[in-house]
Design a binder for this molecule. Structure first.
Ligand code: PLP
Length: 398
């Protein structure tokens, strides 16, 4: 894992071009808020094309604050273009809506972010767009699912609950050979761990809600591309749908970006230490963390990723009851029960394993037991380990 690239990334994000107002040399970006943007005269208002994002036309279509954040997120993922959305899920929906029409199909990995699958199952289905699932650990299953109607393949690395890391390069090769556009949900990688564009992926989306924000206090999504024509389609759909983000929210993310790489690696190190410790515990059947040997897809993580998010799942042995597992979760004091990750507070969520994957896939990958997912915050590792130890003792002691 090379930290040099991250140091360069941190430098690039901190010293990113920004021109402050004349005579006000502060490095921090100003917060601009507007619906109305005043034109100097009638001719300028008649000449202005609201689709041209080089100029300002109306607050919904961008302000100096949101344009700066778009440019920085593009720098982060190695893209040329970026559009911002009010949540990560809205970013997923934009990609689907911009690229798919009635009669088309999209392919989702079986372990895809749950709401993304729900969107396909409900709204997209109503609009005549079909979806199929593929096993992310099996490129042949993707090849078998592609039909002449397939217009989009979503990739996710790893699955955010069962943590399998797919062969991204292999899956992209299959999609490219068939001329199908690929989109990566890079919320886990956060632009740090995975170089999606170098792998040949067309669209890299992420929930800025998680790592880019890092505060647990803002919702935002980003869709980035290198290809001009693809960006044009995404940008026009974004405008037609009336999507935009607020200046104060953009400021929160701008303020967090300089510490992104630091936070990512700190949570990575803490997550690996605690995951390895949990794996030594007799109550635990298996720990799912792509950087741990034996975790599904570990080999692909080792060769295709540079770091890991501070996120892992534990499978408690089947000899315990669900009530005991809930007692463990309830006994935790520092780990709070709640969704999301990458904020300062460590979080825990119990998930029903049978609902997460197809039964055959669970069996094929030897996944069984009671699943509990942990996301590591910024507390001290010894304190978190002590919290896990006291909760294990409270719930599972004979
Ligand atoms: C959180 C998350 C999203 C959605 O982000 P929101 O901002 O909460 O809508 C999408 N994909 C993944 C993998 C996520 O973890």
């Amino acid at each position: 894992m090379s930290k040099d690239k991250d140091r360069d990334l941190a430098t690039a994000l901190i010293h990113h071009p920004y021109r402050p107002p004349e005579g006000f040399e502060a490095p921090q970006v100003g917060v601009h808020k507007a619906s109305t943007v005043i034109f100097p005269n009638a001719a300028a208002s008649r000449a202005r094309d609201w689709r041209d994002k080089r100029g300002y036309t109306y607050g919904l279509h961008g302000t100096p604050t949101t344009f700066t954040l778009e440019e920085r997120i593009a720098t982060l993922t190695g893209a040329r273009h970026c559009v911002l959305l009010p949540s990560g899920l809205a970013a997923v929906a934009l990609v689907d809506q911009a690229l798919l029409a009635a009669g088309d199909e999209l392919l989702l990995p079986e372990n895809v972010y749950g709401p993304s699958r729900e969107l396909a199952r409900t709204e997209l289905a109503r609009w005549g767009i079909g979806h199929r699932l593929y096993d992310p650990l099996d490129a042949a299953s993707l090849a078998a699912a592609i039909t002449p109607r397939t217009k989009l393949v979503w990739l996710e690395a790893p699955g955010s609950v069962t943590m399998e890391f797919p062969d991204l390069a292999g899956l992209v090769a299959v999609a490219r050979e068939r001329g199908v556009t690929t989109a990566l949900d890079d919320t886990w990688g956060a632009g740090i761990a995975i170089d999606g564009f170098a792998l040949g992926i067309d669209i890299v989306m992420q929930a800025l809600t998680k790592f880019a924000s890092g505060g647990g206090d803002v919702l935002m999504g980003a869709v980035t591309t290198r290809d001009d024509a693809l960006h044009e389609r995404l940008k026009l759909a974004h405008m037609h749908l009336g999507l935009g983000v607020a200046g104060n929210d953009a400021e929160l993310v701008l303020r967090s970006l300089p510490t992104l790489a630091l936070r990512y690696h700190a949570q990575d190190a803490a997550g690996r230490e605690l995951a390895a410790w949990m794996a030594t515990r007799p109550e635990v059947h298996r720990v799912l963390h792509p950087a741990l040997e034996g975790s599904p897809g570990h080999e692909y993580w080792r060769t295709q990723a540079k770091a890991a998010a501070g996120l892992f799942s534990v499978l408690f042995d089947e000899r315990y009851t669900a009530a005991q597992v809930d007692r463990f979760v309830d006994a935790l004091r520092l780990f709070r029960i709640g969704y999301s990750w990458a904020g300062p507070v460590s979080l825990v969520v119990p998930y029903p394993l049978p609902a997460m994957r197809e039964a055959a896939t669970l069996q094929r990958h030897g996944l069984r037991g009671h699943l509990v997912r942990f996301s590591i915050g910024l507390e001290g590792v010894p304190a978190l380990r002590a919290d896990l130890a006291q909760a294990l003792a409270a719930a599972f002691a004979a």
